[in-house]
Design a protein around this ligand. Structure first.
Ligand code: ZN
Length: 82
């Protein structure tokens, strides 16, 4: 795990790092390379996760089920009114 700590009195930011491709999830929900992200955000704490592309590649069955479940939940939250 890559880790950087902030100086005294500074807030720490926790950022997800994909365990497979090593890209980071940025503030807009996109995924980018570690070196590019660190250049822009020097005070971050990295944690591991998985990006959508690697989740689909590594766990295709689970990914399909999660996407289906997410669509069902979104439909429940935002029902279409005729
Ligand atoms: Zn990935």
């Amino acid at each position: 795990m890559v880790q950087r700590t902030a100086g005294a009195g500074s807030a720490l930011e926790i950022v997800l790092l994909c365990s497979f491709c090593g890209r980071l999830r940025n503030d807009t929900g996109g995924w980018e390379q570690v070196d590019r992200y660190i250049e822009k955000n020097p005070y971050v704490y990295l944690s591991h996760g998985i990006c959508p592309e690697c989740a689909e590649l590594q766990f295709p069955n689970e990914y399909a089920a999660i996407c289906l479940d997410k669509k069902v939940n979104e439909a429940k939250k935002n029902p279409v009114m005729a």
